[in-house]
Design a protein around this ligand. Structure first.
Ligand code: GLA
Ligand code: ZN
Length: 686
């Protein structure tokens, strides 16, 4: 339904509402759009004041022309609802729409993404403008998709939101006693008599009940989703065939999807997952290949949310303006970072933004058209080259990733572990750890789905499932993972997993059932090391460093448990560090590995390479040196191998058979091929 004419989308955020007084600029835009082979534009994201300059007074004429003009050059429009920022008249007349922060301070008008999600007036006004847009453009041939709001985020702590939170708690728990039990409220005399005594967590009041903190995050997810449902309700009726997307976010330094709310339930309600990808290329703290592995991880998360191609709805053709240092993409990087996303399942490469603003906060943010309004510069040429490349690659649209390996990432557990006072503040590193496990497969050119717990209901397509540091683990997830091993799957879990239940209450007695039933172990202690301290683990005759966390574990009296590795030092020297328990020991099937210590990447690489071999995981028949990555997508008639050189040097790869490169159109012979720095190829195997 989404892919018309089998094309990859190329384009970006287009904000003509900033340029209405410059008609010649708007006509230049059309010329440049054609030159860059741009075919899709997100329009109207922050255009509310241009669409409704005064309450109830609508001015759609300029937008009519934009849609007509874009259609006229063969383009399509991803039409936005403008709720991300509002006109001044709205806040002035109805101050309730302004957000209240966690210190209960009412915000003033200004900025963006600062509305109250509960406010009936805001919902009413958003409903009106959204309906007007849908009714006006429902039959416009350029209308391709809806861009609902922009990067939903934040929370409101006003009285209306407090009421909604209490209602949500009441529905969840039924009785205040049930809530008190779930919150371990006897601690510090925090027992509640009534739901009316509850407030959202804050540092000027209650912030130490972990169950409450977790529920608030869940409520914010619910509240944001509820607002989204309100935004989309009438649009779905008026334009039932137009798909809907919403641009998600991620944090590169921490290698994590946005943590303000949980994207997993959100993804179920939209038609296409999109995200805004801003990797800080050429920084001075990591290699290009390491940053590329982070981008790969995030792409694999966003693709797996719907198990379908996704859109890069925003990226920069050059630089951003909000990093501490905003570096330009070096020659070749724009093409490489585009292929980096296509390789993991992107079907759209879009920019923020088409034309650089003349004033205000984003006037120095990279864009396709700079202040010189000229195609005669490096960034424009890079974009035009990518436009041509995307046309040459159009047959890959809607091709799929077939992952046989899944790595589990859970936002709820991330919240709970971050909130847990203990261990080490600096070295908990949940998302970084999940990424490090993922990276071992990425280096082996093995596609991975980064899945959320709701995907555990059916794991049959995977041969290996990896569960790093899943601190909060529901019993349902445990049963699903156990079923996976009973069906012969290989499961890997680590230290700081399955410690707390869904209320963030610690498991008692022998710990969570999965430890005994699936892994055949008991965790007796978890030692936290200072950053410079080390222990070691011996594995397959080699010694590796253990750092940050060393869990001390005891195998149960289960004959199926084998000790694969032991610690090298400290009072737990020679005690087990890595174990495996086979569900079917006779046939060595259904392996459940427990890795009790944090290790370096060297161990994970060796460990997972062995599992890849033992489980006969498919790898492309292309030999690559470190820093060169191959990812694979499957079309109806061909398999596509995306080859990417993430190093600043030339590299040699070896092909097992001859294949055409769809980017250059050259047929490559088997044997050695030289890749220039940042070089890319898309090899098609029919
Ligand atoms: C976000 C927003 C855009 C823009 C970019 C700048 O992704 O959605 O409107 O501000 O950041 O990088
Ligand atoms: Zn509010």
């Amino acid at each position: 339904m989404v892919h018309r004419n089998n094309t990859l989308l190329h384009g970006g955020d287009y904000n003509p509402d900033q340029w209405l007084a410059y008609p010649e600029i708007l006509s230049d835009d059309l010329k440049y759009m054609k030159q860059t082979r741009a075919n899709a534009f997100s329009v109207g994201i922050f255009a509310w004041a241009a669409l409704e300059p005064r309450e109830g007074e609508f001015t759609f004429g300029w937008l009519d022309k934009i849609l007509d003009d874009i259609y006229g050059i063969g383009g399509r429009v991803i039409l936005a609802t403008p709720s991300g920022a509002r006109p001044a008249w709205l806040s002035q007349k109805y101050p309730e729409v302004n957000r209240t922060d966690h210190r209960r301070q009412k915000m003033l008008h200004g900025g963006r993404h600062n509305h109250c999600f509960s406010s009936p007036v805001y919902r009413e006004k958003v409903g009106i403008i959204n309906r007007k847009l849908a009714e006006r453009y429902k039959d416009h041939p350029a209308l391709f998709m809806w861009h609902i709001s922009n990067e939903y985020s934040g929370e409101c702590h006003c009285l209306l939101c407090q009421d909604n939170f209490r209602r949500w708690l009441r529905e969840k728990y039924g009785t205040i006693d049930a809530l008190n039990a779930a919150y371990w409220a006897a601690f510090w005399s925090h027992t509640f008599n009534d739901f009316d005594q509850l407030e959202s967590p804050t540092d000027i009041g209650e912030g130490w009940i972990h169950g409450l903190n977790l529920d608030w995050k869940r409520f914010v997810t619910h509240q944001t989703l509820d607002f989204y449902r309100h935004e989309i309700k009438d649009i779905r009726v008026i334009t039932p065939d137009v798909p809907v997307t919403n641009n998600f976010m991620a944090d590169f330094p921490n290698v994590a999807p946005f943590t303000g709310f949980d994207y997993a339930p959100f993804a179920r309600e939209i038609d296409v997952v999109s995200w805004d990808a801003y990797p800080p290329w050429h920084n001075d703290y990591e290699s290009t290949a390491h940053l590329a592995s982070k981008l790969a991880f995030l792409n694999d998360y966003f693709r797996a949310l719907k198990d379908a191609p996704f859109y890069i709805l925003e990226s920069t053709p050059s630089m951003v303006n909000w990093q501490p240092v905003n570096r330009a993409k070096r020659p070749g990087m724009h093409k490489l970072s585009t292929v980096a996303c296509l390789a993991h399942g992107a079907d759209a490469i879009m920019y923020f933004q088409w034309r650089k603003s003349r004033g205000s906060t984003e006037k120095l943010h990279g864009a396709v058209i700079d202040h010189d309004n000229s195609p005669d510069n490096r960034v424009f040429c890079d974009v035009a080259e990518v436009g041509q490349m995307l046309e040459n690659l159009s047959e890959i649209a809607d091709s799929r990733t077939h992952a046989q390996v899944a790595v589990l990432f859970d936002t709820e557990s991330h919240w709970a572990l971050d909130n847990a006072e203990g261990f080490s503040r600096q070295s908990k590193k949940y998302s970084q750890t999940v990424h490090t496990h993922h990276k071992a497969f990425w280096q082996a050119n093995v596609p991975v789905d980064v899945i959320t717990p709701d995907k555990c209901a059916d794991l049959t397509r995977y041969k290996i499932v990896v569960v790093p540091m899943l601190y909060l683990m529901r019993e349902k997830t445990m049963r699903q993972l156990q079923t996976f091993t009973q069906n012969g799957g290989t499961l890997v879990m680590t230290y700081i997993s399955a410690l707390a239940d869904e209320n963030d209450l610690m498991y008692l007695d022998e710990g969570a059932p999965i430890l005994r039933d699936t892994f055949g172990i008991r965790i007796t202690e978890t030692d936290t090391l200072y950053p410079s301290q080390r222990n070691g683990v011996c594995y397959n005759g080699k010694e590796y460093e253990a750092l940050d966390y060393c869990a001390i574990i005891q195998p149960t009296n289960d004959a199926n448990v084998e000790i694969l590795s032991t610690y090298t030092s400290d009072f737990y020297a020679n005690s087990p560090a890595i174990t495996v328990r086979y569900t079917d020991a006779a046939n060595k099937k259904g392996a459940a590995y427990f890795i009790a210590a944090r290790t370096g990447e060297d161990f994970l690489q060796d460990f997972y390479n062995q599992l890849i071999k033992e489980n006969q995981i498919t790898q492309p028949s292309i030999q690559t040196p470190p820093g060169v990555s191959v990812q694979t997508r499957h079309g109806n008639n061909a398999t596509y191998h995306f080859v990417m050189n993430y190093t600043e040097e030339a590299q040699i790869i070896t092909l097992a058979n001859k294949m055409p490169d769809l980017i250059s159109g050259i047929e490559l012979n088997e044997g050695e091929i030289k890749l220039q720095p940042y070089d890319v190829m898309v090899l098609s195997n029919r």
